[in-house]
Design a protein around this ligand. Structure first.
Ligand SMILES: Cc1cc2nc3c(=O)[nH]c(=O)nc-3n(C[C@H](O)[C@H](O)[C@H](O)COP(=O)(O)O)c2cc1C
Ligand SMILES: [Mn+2]
Length: 510
């Protein structure tokens, strides 16, 4: 089984020479971002900052910042290996309609995984702080210069209202917990969810919870609000190495990330009930757990801005207040963090893992898809390249619309569909076919719908237009088509001949 806690993962990174310890004192305000950004851009090592200004805890960043390290965390040699394990889960006697398929997913997940095991004690509770809990004792990063300063920009314009609260005196504004798994439950069904949502610090025991309205944490919050119930919450930092990935995983709403986590690591997650929020269970091996609640009747509070994975600051908006009731931790914990910004960052690899692992699931919903690629420049939601084998007119349109209805892929702003003989992982090849094969008036599909909350170009927060570009070769039935030319390719005989004779030409290696 892969790593049951973050410390064993760190030890293995170090053994392999994939980790650097930074022994000089470094500031969690901006300085770590600049260092980590330079290292992430070069696919450099994981960084363990042993002395962070103002905190007694070490900070780990870029633990998942390469394909190798992401694979190590998932216990696989390649993401495809995990995709192959997912495949049989969704194969057996599948029901036919989309709705039936989606309803069956939780069962299918259970098939291959093990439900979490609830234990009574965990190292994550070696130290328990309640009334004297203080979020500012953690080395929480301020990532980018304008983070947490609403005076640098306008509000996002969502129309939501609430209060603007000041950060506790003497504390730096704009510190965010960035790599936490947010554990919540549905008040009625008890269905569990883990999502990775940023958390902005305001007071020793007050923070803001930035979950997007389309995500499951926000759905659970709305369910509590409807019932007028307080919402218990726990934020786990560290724990099994698969956990950060599981928290980012775009599973269908009713599929428990803990089940999927158990499936990924090939054994049940071990969970322990929280000390002050006992209905919520957290990984027993976590480094830190922040326990608390949201009162759905309380006014929202201003959250942001935050230098986001789009490469822009996400503008301030109103989000729920998280009241912290306890911070528990191991005796010698490591605080895990990440930064986001212009790609590539560490999260690129979390996203790539999902792209590969979810191909079988996506193909279950949209069987036409042979392969797809979320290119780095597209920051996950802005752009997707899709490959199909076209068999009938307008098939590319059908695929676009199916994607716009498929889980978080529905947020894809630009979809480019290419033929089966184009490598979607070769950006030049995709753009070549896009430019060459498209008659803009005929081949562009514009639709309206929900968009990612972080998209700043759409006229309304979370709502806007999306574009599908049919870059496949056109066939009869797809509008006015002239005879379509053949694409250039050298004959196999000549290619083989030249390869064979290459040395004779005296040109050198090529
Ligand atoms: C580093 C990182 C930070 C993220 N921050 C947020 C965030 O602040 N708010 C949010 O709603 N989603 C955020 N996400 C995306 C969600 O974690 C992701 O969409 C996940 O699938 C949501 O889970 P859910 O569908 O169970 O809610 C982040 C993802 C990563 C990798
Ligand atoms: Mn979920």
């Amino acid at each position: 089984m892969p790593f049951a806690d973050l410390q064993s993962f760190v030890a293995e990174l170090e053994r392999r020479g994939w980790l650097r310890r930074i022994k000089v004192e470094v500031d969690s305000v901006l300085e770590i971002t600049e260092i980590a950004d330079r290292v992430m851009k070069q696919q450099g090592p994981a960084l363990l900052f042993e002395r962070v200004t103002g905190s007694r805890f070490p900070l780990l960043i870029n633990a998942f910042g390469t394909k190798e390290r992401m694979c190590l965390a998932l216990g696989c040699a390649d993401f495809e290996e995990v995709a192959e394990r997912v495949q049989p889960l969704i194969k057996p006697e599948m029901p036919t309609t989309l709705l039936q398929k989606l309803q069956k997913l939780p069962d299918l997940m259970k098939l291959g995984s093990l439900p979490p095991k609830i234990v009574r004690r965990g190292v994550c509770q070696e130290i328990v702080r309640t009334d004297d809990a203080d979020l500012f004792e953690l080395p929480v990063l301020k990532c980018w210069p304008d983070d947490g300063d609403p005076d640098t920009c306008q509000l996002t314009g969502s129309g939501k209202t609430g209060v603007r609260l000041a950060v506790a005196p003497g504390q730096v504004a704009g510190r965010y917990v960035t790599l936490g798994g947010i554990f919540t439950k549905h008040p009625e069904t008890g269905e569990r969810n883990i999502g990775m949502y940023r958390v902005q610090l305001f007071e020793p025991r007050l923070a803001a919870m930035h979950w997007h309205m389309h995500h499951d944490g926000a759905r659970h919050w709305r369910a509590h609000k409807e019932r007028g119930q307080r919402m218990p919450i726990a934020i786990a930092l560290g724990g099994p190495a698969i956990l950060p990935y599981a928290a980012t995983c775009p599973l269908p709403p009713t599929v428990d990330e803990c089940l999927f986590g158990g499936f990924l690591q090939g054994g049940p997650l071990e969970l322990v009930p929280c000390v002050t929020q006992p209905t919520i269970e957290v990984p027993s091996t976590a480094e830190f757990v922040i326990e608390g609640y949201i009162d759905p009747d309380e006014e929202l509070m201003l959250e942001g801005p935050f230098g986001d994975h789009t490469g822009f600051y996400s503008l301030p908006d109103f989000y729920p207040r998280l009241h912290v009731t306890a911070i528990t931790h191991r005796r010698s914990p490591i605080y895990p963090a990440t930064i986001v910004g212009k790609p590539p960052m560490e999260d690129y690899w979390l996203g790539k893992a999902t792209e590969r692992i979810f191909l079988p699931l996506l193909r279950m919903l949209v069987p036409d898809i042979l392969d797809y690629n979320l290119p780095m420049f597209g920051c996950f939601h802005n752009c997707v390249f899709v490959k199909i084998r076209k068999e009938y007119p307008m098939q590319a349109r059908r695929v676009m619309h199916a994607i716009w209805g498929a889980g978080q892929m529905a947020m894809s702003k630009i979809i480019v569909v290419v033929d089966h003989d184009v490598d979607v992982h070769d950006e030049q090849a995709v753009l070549f076919h896009l430019c060459a094969n498209v008659d803009p008036q005929r081949d562009i599909e514009l639709v309206h719908g929900p968009l990612d909350i972080l998209d700043h170009a759409s006229p309304v927060v979370g709502v806007g237009s999306k574009m599908g570009i049919d870059a496949t070769r056109k066939i009869a039935g797809e509008g006015q088509i002239r005879p379509w030319p053949k694409e250039l390719a050298m004959s196999r005989e000549v290619r083989e001949l030249v390869t064979r004779r290459w040395g004779e030409y005296g040109i050198g290696t090529h």
